[in-house]
Design a protein around this ligand. Structure first.
Ligand SMILES: Nc1nc2c(ncn2[C@@H]2O[C@H](COP(=O)(O)OP(=O)(O)OP(=O)(O)O)[C@@H](O)[C@H]2O)c(=O)[nH]1
Ligand SMILES: [Mg+2]
Length: 269
């Protein structure tokens, strides 16, 4: 007798698409409680070409060593599925992403996906993001909390939700973009877009990286598509958000706007 058939939540991608070289770049700082679960969810996806690159800033809780153990667990001779980029000091999420994305492209990724290590971003949405990129030719696909169908964790109170919405509207308005989730951190990039953005010159050390990257992509003429996601509260561990990175996020949209106006020879609006 054959095993009962459980329908998949979503149809798989065509086999050829599932082999696309896609690297998930995951910055970590003290994510020992979360990393193994994240890796397991990613490695179980029906995406043959998927790799994980952990970018660890010498986490005191031993996340870097856990990442090495995961590499040992999932890598096979001739097939690297998990890589680790060790950096010496905590240098901000933006810097970790820029280094990891550059490494991923140098190692041959056609697409790079940014993803937090804390369980906030839904791994099961990755095939859809990749499918949208491949089907439409879009070079940037945003996993979006703020398009219809997108949502925020119910664990977030009214104030936190309002602050997140406000921060998003703030950056979008100053920069005059129509991206609904410009602050979001679950985004897929083509290697071509990353090359055009020139990661080495990205200014943001912290969370404003998300805004700066999308703005640079738009300015370079790339289309940004948005796919709805549900954003969960972090599963375990502590937030790394602090006043310095929040201030950078307040100032950065103005800086980007001024710089862009100067480059095009116009006075800032
Ligand atoms: N390598 C590296 N990773 C970082 C740094 N700061 C944050 N991260 C990672 O970036 C991701 C997002 O950071 P979070 O602290 O979750 O920030 P957040 O999502 O805005 O805040 P909460 O989810 O509320 O905790 C996580 O995977 C962090 O471990 C850093 O300086 N270096
Ligand atoms: Mg988080």
């Amino acid at each position: 007798m054959s095993a009962p058939h459980t329908p998949a939540a979503a149809p798989p991608l065509p086999a050829e698409w599932s082999r696309t070289a896609t690297t998930v770049v995951m910055p970590t700082y003290n994510e020992a409680a979360n990393l193994a679960t994240m890796a397991e969810a990613l490695m179980a996806l029906p995406l043959e070409g998927l790799r994980l690159l952990v970018v660890d800033d010498n986490s005191p809780d031993g996340t870097g060593a856990i990442a090495e153990q995961l590499a040992e667990k999932y890598n096979e001779p001739g097939r690297t599925r998990v890589g680790v980029l060790h950096r010496t000091t905590k240098d901000g999420l933006g810097r970790a992403y820029a280094a990891g994305m550059a490494r991923a492209v140098a190692e041959g990724a056609s697409y790079v996906l940014q993803m937090d290590a804390d369980g906030s971003h839904p791994a099961e949405k990755i095939p859809e993001l990749l499918g949208v990129a491949l089907a439409t030719g879009a070079d940037v696909v945003v996993g979006s909390r703020y398009v219809p169908g997108g949502s925020l964790s119910d664990a977030w109170g009214v104030h936190r939700k309002a602050l997140s919405r406000w921060a998003n509207a703030y950056a979008s308005t100053i920069l005059g973009t129509r991206v609904r989730d410009i602050t979001g951190g679950f985004n897929l990039w083509s290697a071509a877009a990353l090359n055009a953005i020139d990661l080495e010159t990205v200014d943001s050390a912290g969370y404003s990286f998300q805004v700066e990257m999308k703005y640079r992509a738009l300015k370079a003429g790339y289309t940004v598509m948005e796919v709805p996601i549900h954003f969960e509260d972090r599963t375990a561990g502590e937030s790394k958000m602090n006043l310095a990175v929040q201030l950078e996020s307040v100032v950065m949209p103005w800086r980007l706007r001024t710089r862009s106006a100067r480059a095009s020879g116009h006075r800032p609006r």
